[in-house]
Design a protein around this ligand. Structure first.
Ligand code: SAM
Length: 337
């Protein structure tokens, strides 16, 4: 096995995020707003998506280059037909130690057991509020909270835990849901993670004022239930971890805006049509599908990926935060409040 050299900033390649579809049944205002992803939006035709065979082949090549963790995402990954078959194929790849899935939870209750049986290890479920009115205003698809909670419970029962619950926090949108969410998930065994609202391109009308900084979230929760920091579980972990001092479990904060973690980023991203991106914010990708469909060998694919990774210099969030951030770093004095 050839392990790939690190990139220009000495970051190894360890994780691959695979988008299995560009479609989603939600229209979260911060992600796929209806004004852009409306009735006339041209989603990818089926033949443009990488097939399961192509995805498995790419994942095997990545595993040979040092990738240990796969995460399936989208769009909404559970909308991809027959996903457990892909998971079973991926689970058979030597060197892959962890297969995770990020989902909106809408279809999770009915599929958790099958996903676990196929070889999925863990799920992360997105949930931005426990208040139906707030949640529905954000998902813009009339989708109720209860169904997502059922999905979380089914995932935990199927052994896909500890379930991580991702809450994107938008000022004036769902910031009042921070404490009720913390209260609900304390002591549940699930790990609630707060994500600073990010600028994902020109589609969501992002403004810095809409971001609730990690420091503020930690101060708010810490004042109610004292917190203390925990060390990262592994190098390059995106969430900063805290635990409740009373033993009611842990929370995480993904502070991509105020405390970017580009320095430890070991992730590559594969889009549903086979473009490889070396950063969430990269403006353009590298076409692996063209290589695959030209009949290239695994060695040619390896060489293409090696050339892309070893040239990687991305540190978009670092640069952007330095240029624009007026927000404070997390003050340790807030913690434990
Ligand atoms: N459909 C799946 C889901 O809802 O989890 C997977 C795809 S979704 C794009 C992956 C994660 O990105 C979700 O947790 C979502 O909340 C988060 N996300 C999307 N747009 C975001 C933004 N503008 N800022 C921060 N997080 C965002």
């Amino acid at each position: 096995m050839t392990v790939l050299p690190s990139d220009v900033l000495a970051r190894p390649l360890r994780d691959l995020r695979i988008s299995v579809t560009d479609r989603c049944q939600f229209r979260c205002t911060y992600c796929m707003p209806r004004e852009v992803f409306g009735r006339d939006f041209a989603f990818l035709p089926r033949e443009d998506l990488l097939t399961f065979e192509e995805l498995t082949r790419i994942a095997r090549v990545f595993a040979g280059l040092g990738v240990r963790k796969l995460r399936l995402t989208g769009g909404e990954p559970l909308l991809r037909h027959d996903l457990p078959r892909l998971i079973a194929d991926l689970a058979g790849i030597g060197g892959i130690q962890d297969i995770a899935l990020t989902t909106n939870g809408a279809l999770l209750a009915r599929s958790a057991r099958t996903l676990a049986d196929a070889g999925l290890h863990r799920v992360t479920v997105s949930l931005d509020s426990l208040d139906d009115a707030v949640f529905m205003a954000l998902n813009d698809a009339g989708f109720p909270v209860a169904q997502v909670l059922d999905g979380i419970a089914a995932a935990a029962a199927a052994g896909l835990g500890p379930v991580k619950v991702n809450m994107v926090v938008k000022r004036g949108g769902n910031d009042r849901s921070i404490l009720p969410m913390a209260a609900h998930f304390r002591g549940s065994g699930h790990v609630l993670r707060f994500i600073e609202y990010m600028d994902v391109g020109t589609t969501n009308g992002w403004r810095l004022d809409d971001v609730v900084p990690a420091a503020e979230i930690i101060a708010l929760i810490g004042a109610q239930w004292p917190l203390e920091p925990l060390p990262a579980s592994y190098p390059g972990e995106v969430a900063t971890r805290y635990r409740y001092r009373d033993g009611a479990g842990e929370i995480g904060i993904i502070a991509s805006v105020t405390q970017p973690f580009c320095r430890g980023c070991t992730r590559a991203r594969l889009s549903a049509e086979g473009q490889l991106y070396t950063c969430l914010f990269a403006g353009s990708g590298h076409d692996l599908r063209a290589t695959l469909r030209s009949g290239a060998s695994d060695q040619a694919l390896r060489e293409q990926i090696t050339a892309i990774w070893t040239m990687r210099t991305d540190r978009y969030s670092d640069r952007r935060t330095r240029a624009t951030s007026r927000t404070p770093k997390v003050e340790m004095s807030h913690i434990g409040g």
